[in-house]
Design a protein around this ligand. Sequence first.
Ligand SMILES: Cc1cc2nc3c(=O)[nH]c(=O)nc-3n(C[C@H](O)[C@H](O)[C@H](O)COP(=O)(O)OP(=O)(O)OC[C@H]3O[C@@H](n4cnc5c(N)ncnc54)[C@H](O)[C@@H]3O)c2cc1C
Length: 395
Amino acid sequence: MNFELPPEAESLRQEVVQFAQKELGGDVIERDASSTFWEDGWRKCADFGILGLPVPEEYGGSGTDLTTTIAAMEALGYGCHDLGLIFAMNAHLWTNTIPILEYGTEEQKHKYLPRLCSGELIGANGASEPEAGSDVFNMTTRADRQGDYYVLNGQKTFVSNAQVADLIVAYAATTPGVGQMGITAFIIERDTPGLSVGKPIHKMGLRTSPMGELFFEDCKVPAANVLAREGGGAACFNCSMEWERGCILAMHLGRMQYQIERCVEYARQRKQYGNPIGRYQSVANRIVDMKVRLEAARPLVYKIGWQKDRGQEAMLEAAIAKLFLSEAAVDSSLDAIQVFGGYGYMSEFEVERDLRDAVGSKLYPGPVEIQRNIIARLLGLPPSTTPPPPPRRKA
Ligand SMILES: Cc1cc2nc3c(=O)[nH]c(=O)nc-3n(C[C@H](O)[C@H](O)[C@H](O)COP(=O)(O)OP(=O)(O)OC[C@H]3O[C@@H](n4cnc5c(N)ncnc54)[C@H](O)[C@@H]3O)c2cc1C
């Protein structure tokens, strides 16, 4: 067993850290306060090649393996303080680029992937609805076939990137009443008549990643824009979630490392009662716990890369990693705030933002409770009320 990153992954990791520290500074405190998406940061990351990492060269990417891609995301989380920007890029990658790569026709791939990789197009994912969250396949958005088109009616909520998206992979019921087998995925261009974006949804963390609602009112989508096939939407969605659960939290690995370094530095120089606070065991133990969580989380995430790079599914591993890492990121952010004392609570010190950014990871993509359900089911425990996912490859 080798615990070192392969040389190409290590070399990209270092390059991304340098790139992020040099180019992705900016005033994140101000952007966070005003919930502003950083277009310039998006462009710089796209130009660096982040958005094309896992896509083969023939479609405009660099054909990087998943382990290396995860290393790049971890490095971004370490070097770039704007986790909302990194989250927006991950949402784009795992809910648009990857489903189109895995399930798109050659025409769809050539039409959309090069521009998703170059960052010219920004992708968003329309799955959740006001009454269909964890139970997402209980959606009420309908798509009715009319000749060469599908006509969509319904509403989506919690859509990351909604206000800035050029392309949306959205899900709708084409055969209501048959559950997940009646769901179809569509690639929808932003200027399609009948599609509108609602007011921004303001949120606790990841505030530089915009979020909004989407409304479909007799929205005519060409049948050529069906992803996979009619009724194949659940498989697309599960594929997307498997990648997203596995990879979107890699940025928190980097952030946790950064937090530890800052806490160690602070605990060495901050003196109270005549001693550096790091000399007090209750302070030191918090930083020790942060380190233990990080060291436990990292292999869970890289195992997903290792398995998927070998063509193996990683549904169980993705649920485990997502569950553990999201809880670890929240717990470590709370510990970091405590180490910094009152300063940790203040925006200027940027630790409170880490906590707000981390809390969302316990909810997207699929809450920690649902990850526990998935793990229980894959362990062979008696089925809960949550239906099993459909087979991936039969879309
Ligand atoms: C930052 C962020 C970004 C997001 N981005 C997107 C996006 O781009 N596109 C999109 O479509 N959605 C997005 N979402 C929505 C996200 O996927 C949902 O919030 C999530 O699926 C949960 O749905 P819900 O919020 O409706 O909660 P509910 O499903 O109503 O759940 C409420 C509570 O009940 C628990 N619960 C529900 N069912 C069960 C069960 N069977 N067993 C045990 N516990 C259960 C849940 O775990 C949760 O604690 C985003 C959410 C967040 C926070």
